[in-house]
Design a protein around this ligand. Structure first.
Ligand SMILES: NC(=O)c1ccc[n+]([C@@H]2O[C@H](COP(=O)([O-])OP(=O)(O)OC[C@H]3O[C@@H](n4cnc5c(N)ncnc54)[C@H](OP(=O)(O)O)[C@@H]3O)[C@@H](O)[C@H]2O)c1
Length: 329
């Protein structure tokens, strides 16, 4: 059977976009054999066309959005980041009839409902597995596997930077400042770490997960970061056989959907206590399925690109089925 050619327009070719090109190049034949779709990265939008990029066909690179968005691509992947330019390009992609895959939690936090409505109206897909917990397939689990279940509670270690810092404070007896400096030196924290260490990144991700898990808008939102966690707090927890983690929790309390992202002391036996360094994890407590635990790499080129690619392949298979349907009838 011939694999169906699916053309991809790539918006952004940095950490995640570069990882996606690498994964598609390495796995194209296997994806074609297993999934019946032949993925072709048709055009790639970047800001700086002269930047050296390993394993990228420079003939595909452009700085003109129209050369990607008007190229008749089946799927547009947005891995530029930020809200304004990314939002504008995603709206154009949807309007052109392309399905969209994004890894951009900030975009979803700002415009997620509007973009989902536009995609539904245009009859295309908007997928975002990589936007929460990188490689960990928790978005798909909530959207599909658990869609008919009732979720009682969802909690997770959603910010790798904060978890990296708390792990060093616990295991290497570092202060917050020392652990942050180490995280920055190793590329696990930005030069301006506020989004991560003040809890906002975790809350953006929690909002995405809560929108999938609960049929309610958040009524209470509490955000606290880890800046005020001292070395003494961590060592006192260690002495009691506990650990400090930055935990994001969504649950209905008193009839209100409450979202909390804050430092939390957990017994060592708690599944989230075992999450170390830059890893992410989510515990889902569901009425029928029971308690489920998802864990893995929440960031990085290949882990994040693997989640983007999973979304692309899922959409591509649907497109291939739709194209085959009229022929079969
Ligand atoms: N990195 C991760 O581990 C990770 C994990 C989960 C989710 N994400 C999300 O994935 C998205 C991408 O992150 P990233 O780390 O891959 O970012 P990045 O390394 O900074 O790459 C961004 C890419 O977008 C291009 N770009 C930026 N602004 C542009 C503009 N105005 N016009 C055209 N091209 C533009 C850049 O072009 P140049 O190459 O020319 O500079 C670059 O190729 C973000 O939303 C991020 O939150 C990342």
């Amino acid at each position: 059977m011939n694999a169906e050619r699916i053309r991809i327009g790539l918006l952004g070719c940095g950490t995640v976009g570069g990882g996606l090109v690498r994964l598609v190049t390495q796995n194209r034949d296997r994806i074609a054999r297993r999934s019946g779709v032949d993925l072709e990265i048709a055009r790639i939008l970047v800001r700086n066309p002269t930047r050296r990029r390993v394993e990228i066909d420079h003939a595909k690179i452009t700085t003109r959005p129209g050369e990607v968005l008007d190229a008749g691509c089946d799927v547009v992947v947005e891995v530029i980041g930020g809200v304004d330019t990314a939002g504008h390009l995603v709206r154009r992609a949807i309007a052109s009839g392309a399905s969209v895959v994004t890894a951009n939690k900030a975009l979803l936090a700002a415009w997620g409902s509007e973009l989902a409505a536009r995609a539904a109206e245009r009859g295309v897909r908007l997928e975002f597995e990589a936007s929460v917990c990188g490689a960990v397939p928790v978005v798909r689990a909530l959207r599909e596997s658990l869609a008919s279940d009732t979720i009682h509670r969802l909690s997770g270690v959603l910010n790798g930077t904060s978890n990296f810092i708390l792990t060093l404070m616990e295991e290497e007896a570092m202060s917050f400042d020392e652990a942050l400096a180490r995280a920055q030196a190793l590329g696990f924290a930005e030069a301006d770490p506020s989004l991560d260490v003040d809890g906002h990144d975790a809350m953006q991700k929690l909002m995405i997960l809560a929108s999938l898990a609960f049929d309610a808008e958040p009524g209470r939102v509490i955000v606290e970061g880890i800046r005020d966690v001292g070395r003494n707090d961590v060592s006192r927890a260690t002495d009691r056989g506990e650990v400090v983690r930055h935990v994001a929790t969504a649950e209905i309390t008193g009839g209100v959907l409450t979202l909390t992202a804050a430092p939390t002391t957990l017994p060592r036996s708690h599944p989230l206590a075992s999450v170390r360094l830059e890893n992410n994890a989510v515990v889902v407590e569901a009425a029928a399925a029971g308690t489920l635990f998802f864990a893995g790499k929440g960031a990085g080129a290949l882990p994040t690109a693997s989640a983007v690619l999973a979304d692309v392949v899922q959409i591509a298979r649907k497109i291939a089925r739709d194209r085959a349907a009229p022929k079969a009838s």
